[in-house]
Design a binder for this molecule. Structure first.
Ligand SMILES: CC(C)(COP(=O)(O)OP(=O)(O)OC[C@H]1O[C@@H](n2cnc3c(N)ncnc32)[C@H](O)[C@@H]1OP(=O)(O)O)[C@@H](O)C(=O)NCCC(=O)NCCS
Length: 213
């Protein structure tokens, strides 16, 4: 396996940027990962503690070195020390150019401002550009309306359904994908499939991360 290249230049849209994790991020990661929504919809361990965050960083470093995992922090360009969220993908197949699966979470205080969709867009462009991958996929647990919207906003299209093993056992997931070769287009779901928001979008605390068109 080949190591992933340095993030040079760091992926950015001028407002958000992706960077490698730092040991100083551990308290922020641990604080985020006890959030009930992150606990409910991702595979982060229950009862998350700082040692889990240190393990997360160690897995990220090992995966970077052997080319099996790209795990990155989403930050604001003007405040790179504050973690807004996490994006990453694992198990890229360098032969076919397909990556196994991407994932993301956003700290509760930064939600509703385009951090996840902007971070996923940056991750995807970097993977397709600097790394030469041709496809990224996402598995969204059924009912995670917010995450489905993030995927669509970041140019992913729904390609199917599957099951996955989670902390809650085996659950239904919706599979999304974005292909480097396909032109970006909005995905219009049939009305019967269109998700109904179960919870209000968290109110933006500032207009710091302008929404993309
Ligand atoms: C899902 C999550 C990552 C969204 O992060 P975010 O930064 O608030 O998302 P964005 O601001 O980029 O929003 C993108 C879209 O999702 C919509 N959205 C965000 N939160 C929503 C919510 N709670 N309900 C309905 N829609 C929501 C936004 O309105 C926006 O829609 P639009 O493109 O139609 O305008 C965040 O809520 C989170 O961390 N959840 C827990 C972890 C998780 O579910 N991870 C994904 C696992 S697959």
């Amino acid at each position: 396996m080949r190591p992933l290249p340095p993030l040079d230049p760091p992926p950015t849209d001028g407002v958000l940027a992706l960077r490698r994790w730092r040991p100083a991020d551990v308290p922020q990661i641990a604080a985020a990962c006890v959030d009930p929504e992150i606990q409910r919809w991702t595979l982060v361990p229950a009862g998350y503690e700082e040692r889990d965050a240190r393990d997360f960083l160690a897995r990220g470093d090992a995966g970077w070195t052997d080319g099996t995992l790209a795990s990155l922090a989403v930050v604001a360009v003007d405040d790179p020390a504050t973690v807004l969220g996490a994006v990453g993908f694992g198990r890229p197949d360098w032969q076919t150019g397909r990556a196994g699966e991407a994932g993301y979470w956003v700290v509760p205080a930064a939600r509703g401002r385009g951090v996840a969709s902007g971070g996923l867009e940056l991750l995807t462009r970097w993977a397709f550009g600097a790394l030469g991958l041709r496809r990224l996929e996402l598995q969204v647990i059924a009912g995670n309306v917010a995450s489905e919207r993030v995927a669509v906003r970041a140019g992913y299209r729904r390609v199917g359904v599957d099951t996955a093993t989670t902390k809650q056992g085996e659950v239904a997931v919706t599979v999304f994908a974005r292909d480097a070769a396909l032109p970006l287009r909005a995905v219009i779901l049939p009305s019967a499939d269109r998700p109904t928001p179960a919870a209000p979008v968290s109110a933006p605390s500032t207009a710091r991360f302008p929404r993309r068109p």
